[in-house]
Write a protein that binds this ligand. Structure first.
Ligand code: TXA
Ligand code: MG
Length: 318
């Protein structure tokens, strides 16, 4: 985050601007950048704290998995598993306004906050020339939701980003207006190709490429209202929230200065806690199925999203 009182840097679409933006991303800072769809709020996808700051800057009250942006199909194949349909779509439409949801490669090193703990990851190779140059310069995958405060419409110009997020993010790379102006189309490639969100790539073109219809599983009414995920990562164990003491047989997932083997943040830092959340839940799952008591997490800043996720994890699907 910028220091208190510092403003967001405006970077030009020249060599110096791209070099600066790449260095900021590598250092875990937040940089808004243009894509052909909308401006994205980018963070190094390997850096959990950087990704946590994306949620903080947007004031997002819940953790939704984010789209990972990479420069090429080759870079994407290091992060996820591509079946024949995925390869066909990537070959036809990347770079471009199409996002593919694929089985994540668990060894790729992506932050658990990027996938919200799911075993799939959304990936896109953007076509905008500045986005391409930035991804090459950064040298890391870049997680990016649209660069607007939560609940506001997606930005299609640098000035929109500044209007919403000035002082909350480190820099904006100004690439003028976005050509498509609508978020990417999202296709899931599980057992059958599924439309998860309509967007900038026409469904007809995708179906023509695959030679069959997409199943439909729309997540939300419009692309501007990011869909609530129907599938959430849910741990096997029962979770008890706001636990000040542990009951016999319970394991403690701590927050703050408590005696717990796993602590979201001993220092009580919500950014650190968000970065650790899915990793720690997975680790507790791997260790066994004894019930879990979770220390209280304050309902401020990122605490809203952390508590939202914990409540979902504590309420198993009906
Ligand atoms: O055009 C775009 O897609 C823009 C630019 C910046 O690339 N990005 C964007 O991101 O619209 P965002 O965060 O606003 O929307 C991402 C959507 C969310 O609805 C999220 O639920 C879905 O992608 N998503 C991400 N990972 C997923 C996964 N593993 N499974 C299902 N849905 C996923
Ligand atoms: Mg959005």
């Amino acid at each position: 985050m910028p220091q208190q009182g510092t403003r967001t840097e405006m970077l030009n679409d020249d060599h110096a601007g791209i070099v600066r933006a790449g260095a900021l991303l590598r250092a875990g800072r937040l940089v808004a950048f243009p894509t052909e769809t909308v401006y994205g709020l980018g963070a190094n996808a390997f850096d959990g704290q950087a990704v946590a700051r994306v949620y903080e800057a947007k004031g997002r009250p819940a953790f939704n998995p984010l789209i990972v942006h990479v420069a090429s199909l080759e870079a994407a194949r290091a992060l996820a598993v591509f079946n024949d349909d995925a390869l066909r779509l990537a070959g036809a439409f990347w770079p471009g306004p199409l996002t593919l949801v694929l089985p994540v490669n668990p060894d790729a090193g992506l932050s658990g906050l990027v996938t919200a703990g799911l075993d799939s990851v959304a990936i896109r190779v953007p076509g905008h020339v500045l986005a391409q140059k930035l991804l090459a310069e950064a040298g890391c995958p870049v997680a990016a939701p649209s660069a607007n405060p939560s609940g506001r419409i997606s930005p299609t110009q640098a000035s929109h980003v500044v209007a919403g997020l000035d002082g909350k993010i480190d820099a904006v790379l100004d690439g003028g207006a976005c050509a498509v102006g609508l978020e990417s189309t999202i296709v899931g490639l599980g057992s059958e190709p599924t439309l998860l969100r309509p967007g900038g790539m026409p469904v007809e073109a995708i179906e023509a490429c695959l030679g069959r219809k997409l199943s439909e599983h729309l997540q939300g009414p419009t692309p501007n209202a990011p869909g609530q995920l129907s599938a959430h990562y849910a741990p096997k164990s029962r979770l008890r929230l706001n636990a000040v003491t542990t009951n016999p047989g319970e394991r403690l997932l701590g927050f703050g200065p408590v005696d717990a083997k796993l602590n979201l943040s001993r220092a009580g830092d919500l950014v650190e806690a968000a970065a650790n959340l899915f990793h720690h839940l997975h680790q507790l799952d791997d260790e066994g199925d004894a019930p879990i008591a979770v220390s209280p997490v304050p309902e401020t800043g990122l605490g809203l999203a952390i508590n939202d996720r914990l409540k979902r994890a504590a309420t198993p699907p009906q």
